[in-house]
Design a protein. Structure first.
Length: 191
C-alpha cells in the first residue's frame, strides 16, 4: 500500500499544559480515496476547559459514552494501517497523540508524519492564509470544518487531494513524493 496514508485530527480538553486527548478522527486513504474511517470520543480524565469547548463544542455532558484513553488507543492501534500519518499543522496532532500514548503507557505511532499545511503553502500561494477552514472555502471544498476530529480529518484529506491536483499530480501520490518540503516527514521528538 505505497499510495496509502491516514488523515488524522485530534481535539483536546485543554489549551494549556500537557494536552489531554478528547477526540480522535482518522481516515485511511488509498489511491487518493477514503476507504475507512475511525472515530473515538475519549474521556480526558480532567474537566473540559471552557476555552477548548468554545473551539470544538464538546462539553463534559457529551462524555457519557466516551471511551477510556487506553481503550480508545488500543482500538486505534487495531484499526490503523502502518502507513504515513497526515495532519494539518501535524506537529500539534503528533504531540497530542504522543502524549496520550505516554499517559496510557503505550508506544506512540512510529510511522512518519506529513503536514498538509506545508503542502498547501507550496501549492496554494494565492490563499489569504493557510488555515484549514480558509483553504476549504478558498478552494471550493465546502465550509470550514466544525473543529471536530473526523470532520477535520476529512477536510485534511480533501485539501491534500486538491493541492495535489494544483501541483499537477495524481491524488494517489504518496506523501513522500509531494512537492518541496511537504515531502519531508516531520522531525518529531517523542514524548
Amino acid at each position: 500500500m505505497s499510495d496509502a496514508w491516514i488523515a488524522i485530527d485530534t481535539e483536546t480538553a485543554n489549551l494549556r499544559g500537557p494536552s489531554r486527548l478528547l477526540e480522535l478522527g482518522a481516515l485511511l486513504v488509498v489511491g487518493g480515496r477514503e476507504v475507512d474511517a475511525f472515530h473515538a470520543l475519549v474521556h480526558p480524565g480532567v474537566p473540559i476547559d471552557p476555552a477548548a469547548s468554545a473551539i470544538h463544542g464538546i462539553r463534559d455532558h457529551h462524555l457519557t459514552e466516551a471511551e477510556a484513553l487506553d481503550a480508545a488507543l488500543a482500538r486505534f492501534e487495531r484499526w490503523r494501517a502502518r502507513v504515513p500519518l497526515v495532519a494539518h499543522n501535524a506537529s500539534f496532532d503528533a504531540r497530542v497523540l504522543a502524549h496520550a500514548h505516554a499517559r496510557a503507557g503505550r508506544t506512540a505511532p512510529t510511522e512518519p508524519w506529513y503536514d498538509s499545511l506545508k503542502l498547501a503553502r507550496r501549492t496554494v500561494l494565492d490563499a489569504p492564509d493557510h488555515r484549514l477552514g480558509t483553504l476549504m472555502r478558498f478552494l471550493g471544498l465546502g465550509d470550514a470544518p466544525p473543529h471536530r476530529a473526523l470532520a477535520d480529518a476529512r477536510a485534511c484529506a480533501a485539501l491534500v487531494g486538491r493541492c495535489l491536483e494544483r501541483a499537477g499530480l495524481p491524488r494517489s501520490t504518496p506523501p513522500s513524493e509531494w512537492p518541496g518540503r511537504a515531502s519531508r516527514p516531520l522531525a518529531l521528538t517523542r514524548t
